[in-house]
Design a protein around this ligand. Structure first.
Ligand SMILES: Cc1cc2nc3c(=O)[nH]c(=O)nc-3n(C[C@H](O)[C@H](O)[C@H](O)COP(=O)(O)OP(=O)(O)OC[C@H]3O[C@@H](n4cnc5c(N)ncnc54)[C@H](O)[C@@H]3O)c2cc1C
Length: 440
């Protein structure tokens, strides 16, 4: 049935590549147009001269992310366990604390209970959807957590750590959608047994490159930024700066915020365009500090930390088994990330070094390298980890997230119902969009 169908896929991140692979397997004639000179999108790995692997974008996969593990195996890659030696650190108001205060577990339990009532394919249908969508996570936490410090800490952990946004920038409903699609707070926040369990040798870009190499010759065109998608009764015409490609259908495998920067002819229906205006990208700052060795392990520290204040909400030991170097990676979110971004590079580095030192001691203030990458400044991503619907938007605009517009189909991790925001969600969304095109 699909023989001869011509499909244009826009974007060669994991979602576009998964869509293209599925379409090619079904016999479609596929052209993938990618703006950058590389594949992988929000996955980008840099190598130090000594071979140390630094994953500047996506890095982890974990249990129940079955499509990612299957693709890793299919393409001859292997994973390694995230480093986890010794005790993690909780910084509470700048001081160490053995355990989070009791309300933290109680609030996480309530969120898991609420999330169970949300269908990730239709969050707007939840019985309490109107109330949860009109309430920001921050507002709900302040009313539920019992004290401001706990509310702030949980806001940093959940809105920041999971969505890279501020607790007052996201609705309770959006968080519940996210929790439900991933199986709850346990899988999302956990290292071993959770979403941070494993990494890929060579980094996620190695997988993207192998997926691209598996496509028929001539399928992928790099450096092809799409600026216009036109459609009529006969087909689609997709225009880049250097030419046009015609097809029967198009899969837009981009975050909605970026899909909204493309011109559509005829223009998108108001609710679909409105969705793209209400799903801004999150804002994270991910920074790697490299040391001669992971010295913190000798002190019984894991390098894994969360903090209720300061520029870095979280740190992890990102060293790899094949390099003697120690790598600590820190994450800063929303307003904290914006503040770092506004600093001079020298001041920012000082600030980050101090934050690492607060976790594992003064030796952390003297790394041999400090490597950062600003995804918000990147023209073809403009923020991370992904798009987050603004409070109140789910009920009106959410139903347009996956609904095709004529011959235009929507992929990208944001459209996933399982593991949205993750590599796994990107793959699932790409494969779902491919199936949709083939069935249409
Ligand atoms: C710092 C960071 C850490 C993360 N950590 C993790 C993690 O540990 N685990 C995890 O699972 N996920 C993580 N993520 C999220 C993960 O990277 C994304 O969910 C996933 O890569 C999204 O894939 P995608 O294909 O949907 O979108 P993208 O990767 O954004 O792909 C879209 C592609 O479209 C291209 N493009 C954009 N506009 C145009 C245009 N007009 N014309 C043509 N091409 C265009 C882009 O260049 C890009 O290649 C992280 C992301 C970041 C940035």
């Amino acid at each position: 049935m699909s023989d001869g169908i011509r499909v244009v896929v826009i974007g060669a991140g994991m979602s576009g590549l998964a869509a293209a692979a599925a379409l090619c397997r079904a016999g479609a004639r596929v052209r993938v147009l990618e703006a950058r000179g590389r594949v992988g999108g929000r996955a980008l790995t840099r190598w130090l001269p000594d071979g140390t692997q630094l994953d500047l974008g996506a890095q982890w996969i974990g249990p129940t992310q079955d499509r990612m593990y299957a693709l890793v195996a299919e393409h001859g890659l292997v994973t390694f366990a995230s480093a986890a030696f010794g005790a993690s650190t909780l910084l509470w108001g700048g001081a160490r604390r053995p355990d989070p205060p009791a309300p933290v577990a109680r609030v996480l339990g309530v969120l898991d209970e609420y999330a169970a009532a949300v269908d990730p394919a239709a969050p707007w249908e939840a019985h309490e959807a109107a109330r949860w969508d009109a309430t920001t996570l921050g507002c709900w936490l302040r009313a539920t957590a019992g004290d401001t410090d706990t509310a702030d800490y949980l806001g940093r952990l959940l809105a920041g750590g999971l969505l890279a946004t501020g607790a007052d920038e996201v609705s309770l409903l959006h968080l519940l959608f996210y929790l439900r699609g991933a199986g709850g707070t346990g899988p999302l926040l956990g290292m071993a047994g959770g979403a941070q369990q494993d990494r890929i040798v060579g980094g996620p870009p190695a997988l993207a490159e192998r997926m691209a190499a598996g496509l028929p010759p001539g399928t992928l065109r790099l450096g092809a930024a799409v600026h216009t998608i036109a459609q009529d009764a006969h087909g689609v015409t997709v225009c880049t700066g250097s030419g046009r490609v015609e097809g029967d259908a198009v899969v837009v495998a981009l975050a909605p915020a970026l899909a909204g920067r493309i011109r559509y002819d005829p223009p998108l229906p108001p609710l679909r365009d409105g969705l793209t205006q209400r799903m801004p990208m999150g804002s994270a700052w991910k920074v790697h500090a490299v040391y001669p060795e992971p010295f913190w392990r000798a002190d019984g520290r894991s390098g894994v930390s969360t903090s209720s204040s300061g520029p870095l909400t979280e740190t992890v030991d990102n060293s790899t088994p094949t390099s003697p170097r120690g790598v600590l990676t820190g994450f800063s979110y929303a307003g904290d990330a914006a503040a770092l971004r506004e600093m001079s590079p020298a001041r920012r580095r000082e600030c980050v070094r101090e934050a690492f030192a607060a976790v594992v001691g003064p030796r952390a203030a003297d790394p041999i390298a400090l490597v950062e990458y600003d995804w918000s400044a990147d023209e073809w991503t403009r923020g991370c980890f992904g798009g987050v619907l603004t409070p109140g938007a789910w009920r009106t605009y959410g139903p347009r997230l996956r609904t095709p517009v004529g011959r235009v189909h929507w992929a990208g991790t944001e459209t996933a119902t399982r593991w949205a925001g993750y590599l796994e969600g990107a793959v699932r969304a790409g494969e779902r969009a491919a199936a949709e095109v083939l069935a249409s």
